[in-house]
Design a protein around this ligand. Structure first.
Ligand SMILES: [Zn+2]
Ligand SMILES: [Zn+2]
Length: 194
């Protein structure tokens, strides 16, 4: 299994969002078996936060392979589907806000107003580190709601014929081509004003 360090090197930094994606993916792999070298696993993600980078590295469900599907709902919900069985798991993240010490909360408010003094910066850094540690260490049951389901797996990626756009001469895959006044064109050329 990929480690948290593998994910940081892909994403560029460690952050609470990445840690959430790590926890979600680890649980999904535990429920559904190994990582997806090909397209045997599909992830449907309902946000485009840092967490999704962790999902790609951990599960092998990537944008490029077409087995990462983005639904722009702004929710911390992740559904993973195993092909061909359709065995799936829906994981929703509940990050319970803990009450913070008054001095830390005050420093955070100052930071939001633009205060970058060393004292405030240290507190902000400690706050983030504590949140990160919490996400990495908390029990699954206190972070994730997991529902085992069965979902019809989305169709596998197809390989399409390329056509050449009669206007810009660039190549376009057949199902995205348009017909404009009897000529084959790409979508940008189709939408361009005549
Ligand atoms: Zn991040
Ligand atoms: Zn074109």
């Amino acid at each position: 299994m990929k480690t948290y360090d593998d994910i940081i090197s892909f994403h560029g930094h460690s952050c609470p969002g990445l840690a959430i994606g790590y926890r979600v993916s680890a649980r999904a792999l535990k429920e559904l078996g190994g990582r997806s070298e090909d397209e045997e696993l599909v992830a449907i993600v309902e946000n485009n936060s840092c967490a999704v980078d962790a999902v790609q590295v951990m599960t092998g469900c990537t944008f490029g392979k077409g087995n990462l599907i983005f639904r722009d709902f702004g929710k911390q919900v992740y559904t993973f589907v195993r092909r061909p069985s359709g065995k799936s798991v829906r994981i929703s993240v509940n990050l319970i806000k803990k009450t913070e010490p008054a001095d830390r909360r005050k420093a955070w408010e100052k930071y939001l107003k633009g205060d970058r003094s060393p004292k405030v910066m240290k507190s902000v850094h400690d706050r983030k580190a504590a949140k990160l540690r919490h996400i990495l260490e908390v029990d699954d049951k206190d972070l994730l709601s997991v529902r085992k389901t069965r979902t019809a797996p989305p169709p596998e990626a197809h390989i399409y014929t390329s056509l050449t756009c009669d206007e810009c001469k660039e190549q376009v895959m057949e199902p995205r081509a348009r017909i404009k006044e009897g000529r084959t064109v790409c979508i940008p050329c189709f939408e361009k004003e005549a």
